[in-house]
Design a protein around this ligand. Structure first.
Ligand SMILES: Cc1cc2nc3c(=O)[nH]c(=O)nc-3n(C[C@H](O)[C@H](O)[C@H](O)COP(=O)(O)OP(=O)(O)OC[C@H]3O[C@@H](n4cnc5c(N)ncnc54)[C@H](O)[C@@H]3O)c2cc1C
Length: 491
């Protein structure tokens, strides 16, 4: 069977869902097919238990504010991430008013950074000072006082030496987000739209660029074994960890030189209501030196599908799969002549990462638990279970000087004519999905994005669109207040 569609979106996670909704709002007549290989949408990284649910706004994640060699703290990345999260909040608030997002998916959970040691305390103080100059962070509190910190996180302070020196920041406006709930509601909305088909149990196998610039996409119905072929003007590869092999299959020049290394995430989980009610925060620490940014330890209050829990982690696990539901041949199958040197160069240059991964994989149950006790001294092993969360694919890229480098953050890779685009990398991930999808549209539909029609429609969905929440302090305050009211959040 061959059909014709305007757009084909691959993957049923939050990225495709977000892009699909934005496209449908901008182009109500568009014919869109979304293909998901699993029997349901939002079941890989977007699944509530597969990620940490932190609304990444750089309030507590110390890797977004690196310390420079002159001792100053660079907050540029933090400002961008915080303003991107405000964009997501505005879009979700709009969709809530429109009754697209129906369920409960976001709640206020204060975000805290918690550090020990004089150098770390000095760093945190400087970070606080630099950040509070901006409205995005002006409500951030700093304390070294035991009693104050105890009033914020009593459970963490029980059985702790009062003379222990610590530096702590707290942002009341932090959030916990159920990205699975958001993606499912968005997909349900898309299914109800005329011209949109959401296929589950359908795996995209191949692509072919045709002489008229369009793409032929071959898809297999994994239940019946039958194939569908779709011809389309635009393909979005939002297949999470599996985006890299699909990008390679597309054969576009821009995808050459990229490699990926899978790392699985594990968390400890507590479901005891008496313990959960004693900890109302997401508390982030500092990653051990040499370890990747995704390894920052954090003790989190969570709510997934209405159920409360505490999480601690992440611990890294070795894996050969690009998805939790992937194949053990994923890594080997992604090696090409054009990415083998970049991958080997990273292995040679990033010894700290390799050491970290080996150290993590060989951790015993007792050693893992010891890490939790640093944050929660009275934790008891019987109340915590270890589980495997989602899979990340650490992206590596060809580099002229070093041969290959690790790419942290999200990479948007598009063909020169904008007819195919792939999303690689994870962090800051789902939290900034709306800004990332606007970037995708800017790269692939520059003319339309410049038109008054699209600008007006986007401004209706994201009132601050085209303005800076970093520079316009009052706009930032008003925007956060407005979305907080709709989403039922504290400011
Ligand atoms: C351990 C961990 C913790 C995280 N914590 C956070 C956090 O606290 N905050 C945050 O904002 N982000 C976090 N993230 C990142 C976030 O989860 C991801 O950025 C986001 O879920 C990615 O969404 P996606 O739609 O790109 O991918 P996914 O949700 O993985 O969806 C991709 C989909 O594509 C499908 N697919 C793959 N191949 C094919 C094919 N050939 N044909 C059809 N379908 C296919 C898959 O089955 C899958 O459903 C975390 C990630 C991990 C792994």
């Amino acid at each position: 069977m061959q059909t014709q569609k305007d757009f084909v979106l691959i993957g049923g996670g939050i990225m495709s869902a977000t892009l699909g909704v934005i496209m449908k709002k901008l182009m109500p007549e568009a014919k869109i097919s979304i293909f998901e290989k699993l029997d349901k949408v939002a079941a890989e990284s977007t699944d509530g238990w597969n990620n940490a649910g932190t609304g990444h706004s750089a309030f507590c994640e110390l890797n977004y504010t690196p310390q420079q060699s002159d001792g100053t703290v660079n907050i540029e990345k933090a400002l961008n991430i915080a303003s991107s999260f405000e964009v997501s909040r505005q879009f979700w608030a709009y969709l809530k008013i429109q009754n697209v997002l129906k369920g409960s998916f976001i709640k206020t959970v204060p975000h805290m950074s918690f550090l020990w040691g004089e150098d770390n305390i000095t760093f945190l103080k400087k970070r606080h000072e630099a950040m509070t100059a901006f409205a995005l962070f002006e409500d951030m509190k700093y304390s070294e006082d035991f009693d104050k910190v105890e009033s914020w996180v009593p459970m963490m302070m029980k059985n702790r030496d009062r003379n222990e020196r610590m530096g702590v920041t707290r942002m009341i406006a932090g959030t916990d987000v159920d990205f699975e709930a958001i993606a499912k509601d968005m997909m349900a909305y898309l299914k109800s739209c005329e011209g949109v088909e959401v296929y589950t149990n359908h795996k995209v196998k191949k692509f072919k660029k045709l002489s008229d610039g369009s793409w032929k996409v071959k898809v297999k119905d994994v239940k019946t074994g039958k194939s569908i072929v779709e011809q389309t003007k635009f393909v979005f590869i939002g297949a999470g960890g599996a985006s890299l092999p699909l990008l390679q299959k597309s054969g576009i020049e821009e995808g050459k030189g990229y490699g990926g290394f899978p790392v699985s995430g594990k968390f400890m989980r507590c479901k005891d209501p008496e313990i959960i009610e004693q900890h109302r925060a997401k508390v982030y620490g500092k990653a051990a030196s040499g370890s990747p940014p995704m390894s920052m330890p954090h003790l989190d209050e969570r709510r997934i599908a209405g159920e409360d829990s505490l999480l601690f982690g992440p611990y890294a696990g070795m894996s050969l799969r690009f998805l939790k539901t992937g194949s053990i041949f994923d890594l080997a199958g992604s090696i090409r002549l054009h990415n083998i040197w970049p991958m080997l160069s990273v292995a040679k240059n990033e010894f700290g990462l390799i050491k970290y991964l080996v150290g993590q994989v060989t951790l015993s149950k007792k050693e893992r638990f010891k890490m939790l006790k640093i944050y929660f001294p009275e934790a008891q092993m019987k109340n915590w279970e270890l589980y495997t969360a989602g899979q990340r694919v650490q992206i590596m890229k060809k580099d002229k000087e070093k041969g290959g480098i690790l790419k942290l953050g999200t990479e948007i890779i598009n063909s020169e004519d904008g007819s195919l685009v792939a999303l690689l990398g994870a962090s800051p991930g789902a939290s900034t999905s709306v800004s990332i999808m606007l970037d995708v549209l800017n790269k692939c539909f520059p003319e339309q994005m410049n038109s008054d029609d699209w600008k007006n429609k986007i401004t209706e969905m994201i009132p601050s669109y085209g303005k800076s929440l970093i520079e316009d302090q009052q706009l930032c305050r008003d925007t956060r207040k407005a979305s907080a009211e709709v989403l039922g959040l504290e400011e």
